[in-house]
Design a protein around this ligand. Structure first.
Ligand SMILES: CC(C)(COP(=O)(O)OP(=O)(O)OC[C@H]1O[C@@H](n2cnc3c(N)ncnc32)[C@H](O)[C@@H]1OP(=O)(O)O)[C@@H](O)C(=O)NCCC(=O)NCCS
Length: 322
């Protein structure tokens, strides 16, 4: 039986920091409101670097950490809803930029759950025996689709990339991955694409932006986050005591706080870096995992749960021994 494990991780955030005070100058909001309702203080906003550039910089670090050559990668999956172009995919741009061989490379769209979906697909492709080493990335430039006249959304979203190299293992490390979707709730969090034209000669179209029913998304998130954690505990041999850390999608500190209360786990078990990065969608989970490792919250052999939720609506999680 083929098992899989994390060989290395890396992440990259743009240099430009946008604080709550900067946003006070754009919309009717204030630092106190944003911090108390979301836990966000700063977020990173790209200046000139598109999604593939953020992904490339995170990928280089993950390959270095894994001590794997780009030529040894035979699968690239990028989770993103903000690719540079509708096509080619970010994964294909990366295949060229990393000088990889002629390999399988594609993007996955499951919004903020995207990285968990991408990890699930890569894990199963390696377990099939057809692939050996995969580069799995979550990368987003959400700020290009954020309306800086809408205070409901512009305080939340930001740009980043996180990467992971996974490969075959003698013993199980990536123990279980679950992914779910419920399309009938799509209206709660959505970005319209370009609509069909009235007729083919219609010259200009309105630019689409992210739209969200925040309170409903909050309720959804606080229900599925503990649910996924419990599913992973119930369907593996591990107990909550075995789990060193829960690395949840960084959407709102209050979502993570409430989930910890529901799960009856100490808040120290919930990794958080939302204060400095905001919600970076598919990049959030791999960025958080990489930071948890760099800051010694996770060491080799530790068992952790990662969990995410987002537009679609989608949700999912994984039980992993690092
Ligand atoms: C968006 C969110 C922070 C709003 O917090 P909330 O406590 O639910 O606040 P509400 O939406 O009930 O709004 C309360 C008031 O604050 C106002 N408000 C909204 N954004 C504001 C802002 N940035 N600054 C100041 N006031 C704001 C609202 O207009 C509302 O005013 P009203 O009572 O006069 O109508 C919260 O609902 C949330 O985080 N939801 C989940 C969003 C999410 O995670 N999305 C991504 C999922 S991947």
């Amino acid at each position: 039986m083929i098992h899989t494990k994390i060989l290395g991780t890396g992440s990259y955030v743009p240099n430009q920091i946008v604080s709550n005070f900067d946003l006070e100058k754009l919309v009717d909001t204030n630092d106190e409101w944003i911090q108390s309702r979301t836990g966000i203080i700063n977020r990173r906003v790209t200046r000139g670097e598109n999604t593939s550039e953020l992904a490339y910089k995170a990928a280089i670090k993950a390959l270095e950490d894994a001590q794997v050559n780009a030529q040894d990668i035979d699968l690239i999956i990028v989770a993103t809803v903000t690719g540079d172009y509708p096509f080619p995919a970010v994964a294909q741009i990366l295949q060229r930029r990393l000088n990889c061989n002629t390999i399988t490379a594609f993007d996955v769209n499951a919004a903020c759950t995207g990285f968990i979906y991408a990890l699930n697909v890569a894990d199963k492709m390696i377990r099939s025996g057809s692939y050996h080493k995969a580069l799995v990335i979550g990368a987003e430039t959400l700020t290009k689709y954020t309306d800086y006249e809408d205070r409901n959304t512009c305080v939340l979203f930001a740009d980043a990339a996180g990467a992971m190299v996974i490969g075959k293992a003698e013993t199980p490390h990536i123990e279980k991955i679950v992914t779910y979707a419920k399309g009938d709730l799509e209206g709660l969090l959505k970005m319209e694409g370009y609509p069909l034209k009235e007729n083919f000669k219609t010259p200009k179209q309105k630019r689409p932006f992210i739209e969200m029913q925040g309170t409903e998304v909050f309720k959804f998130a606080t229900s599925v986050l503990p649910e996924v954690v419990n599913t992973l505990i119930n369907e593996t041999e591990y107990t909550m005591e075995d789990v060193s850390l829960i690395v949840a999608h960084q959407a709102n500190k209050r979502i993570i706080d409430k989930s910890a209360r529901v799960l009856k786990v100490p808040i120290e078990k919930m990794f958080m870096n939302i204060d400095q990065y905001g919600n970076t969608s598919a990049a959030s989970v791999p960025l958080a995992i990489d930071e948890a490792i760099r800051h010694h919250h996770l060491k080799r052999g530790d068992v952790f749960i990662t969990v995410a939720f987002g537009a679609g609506l989608t949700w999912g999680g994984a039980m992993i021994r690092y």
